[in-house]
Design a protein around this ligand. Sequence first.
Ligand SMILES: Nc1ncnc2c1ncn2[C@@H]1O[C@H](COP(=O)(O)OP(=O)(O)OP(=O)(O)O)[C@@H](O)[C@H]1O
Ligand SMILES: [Mg+2]
Length: 229
Amino acid sequence: MSTPTAAANPALELTGISHRYGRGPWVLRNVDLTITAGETVALVGPSGSGKSTLLSITGLLTTPTEGSVRVGGDPVPQSDGGRSRMRTERYSWVFQTVNVFGARTAQDNVEVGMLSQGVSRREAADRARLALDAVGLSNHRDKPVRTLSGGEVQRVCIARATAVRPLVILADEPTGQLDRATSDVVLDALWGARHPESVLLVATHDPIVAERCDRVVRLLDGAASEAAA
Ligand SMILES: Nc1ncnc2c1ncn2[C@@H]1O[C@H](COP(=O)(O)OP(=O)(O)OP(=O)(O)O)[C@@H](O)[C@H]1O
Ligand SMILES: [Mg+2]
């Protein structure tokens, strides 16, 4: 639920975002998007409409040709180091199986991100346990990740991404490669493990994902529009 205070200080504020790759056509034109803490937002639109581009701009991986991004009320730092720090401290990408330590346990993999953020060992252990419970992996906690199935590894990644309680969670086509049953398990895991104050922004072609979200933002011909809830 959004509160007046949260609305006055949005978690994410994209203003006048326009983007083109090099001298190519404009992919995004003057997109404004404000997201309050705790909101779940689906980005939809045809292939090539700029969903991944907008996600990458939101996640500070791509600098927009025009426009500005504010995160937690703060402008994005100019320096590479500052931007990189902001990415680490305020964002998680889910469904990225990169940087998973296959030889280490699920529990260790989830703890690692929190420890690097300065969370105490005991709290990291507790939060990792809760996050693994929330994604249905209580029984796999002490298994090396390389012995888990693909869907289970994805759920470890969700636990890892949510346990750090980032301001913003980003997901690009989370159910793209999954059958319906597996994608339901994975989505339940994500919704179940997400800290209620974390924003979730997800680019998707899947109407079932969009239906789960509080808001649906549609990209078409470079412009963003939103159906009234
Ligand atoms: N690195 C790049 N260099 C040049 N053009 C790019 C680059 N990345 C994307 N584009 C172009 O920008 C447009 C938007 O691409 P984007 O990947 O954001 O679309 P999308 O909505 O995520 O599509 P899909 O649903 O297929 O994933 C496309 O025309 C694409 O070809
Ligand atoms: Mg895409």
